[in-house]
Design a binder for this molecule. Structure first.
Ligand SMILES: CC(C)(COP(=O)(O)OP(=O)(O)OC[C@H]1O[C@@H](n2cnc3c(N)ncnc32)[C@H](O)[C@@H]1OP(=O)(O)O)[C@@H](O)C(=O)NCCC(=O)NCCS
Length: 155
């Protein structure tokens, strides 16, 4: 599927169970960090989803640290439809949104840096994001043993 033909839309409250279910799946595999339902609810306005024929197939969230620095979070595609362009479509939408908000730097912490490199991100040292480390990572169970890779796109 070309990313221009993938229907990406803002998440709505009825998407929460499917987002949570997808997140639980990848969190159980250790691919993504777990998030509580309350955390998803509180950040729902930042989520975008791909829904086709009533099925939520992919989602991702654009969350700000500052006006100029934002993060791609909770990016995930349903296992059976990976590599069909949905991840790209969500990231393209989040990049577009970030640019429209004058975000200057878009980052992610990830185990799939090669996917992000395909999207135009570069691997960087995660220490350059103290906002992330001391705002969010410090509460993570992996804080003292984090093996995620930081990627950055200058917009
Ligand atoms: C990572 C993920 C979002 C990618 O989404 P996807 O829909 O499968 O990827 P796409 O089909 O849009 O792929 C876009 C490009 O990236 C490449 N790509 C996708 N996954 C890749 C991977 N794991 N490693 C290397 N390249 C990858 C594709 O081959 C494609 O390359 P192209 O530019 O040559 O066409 C998806 O695999 C996923 O949900 N993974 C589990 C959760 C996760 O790790 N999320 C990232 C959190 S930061």
């Amino acid at each position: 599927m070309s990313h221009t033909t993938v229907p990406v839309r803002k998440a709505v409250a009825s998407d929460i169970p499917a987002i949570q279910s997808l997140l639980n799946h990848y969190a159980a595999m250790g691919d993504l960090l777990p998030r509580t339902r309350a955390d998803i609810e509180n950040n729902l306005a930042h989520f975008h989803v791909v829904e086709i024929d009533g099925e939520l197939l992919a989602c991702g969230s654009l969350e700000h640290f500052t006006e100029e620095l934002a993060e791609v979070r909770s990016l995930m595609v349903r296992t059976d439809i990976k590599r069909s362009g949905l991840g790209r479509a969500i990231v393209q939408e989040l990049i577009h949104l970030a640019r429209s908000r004058q975000v200057k730097r878009l980052m992610a912490l990830t185990y799939v840096p090669d996917f992000f490199h395909r999207m135009g991100f570069k691997t960087v040292n995660k220490e350059i994001f103290p906002e992330k480390i001391w705002g969010i990572c410090v509460n993570c169970y992996k804080f003292h043993n984090c093996d995620e890779i930081a990627v950055l796109m200058e917009l």
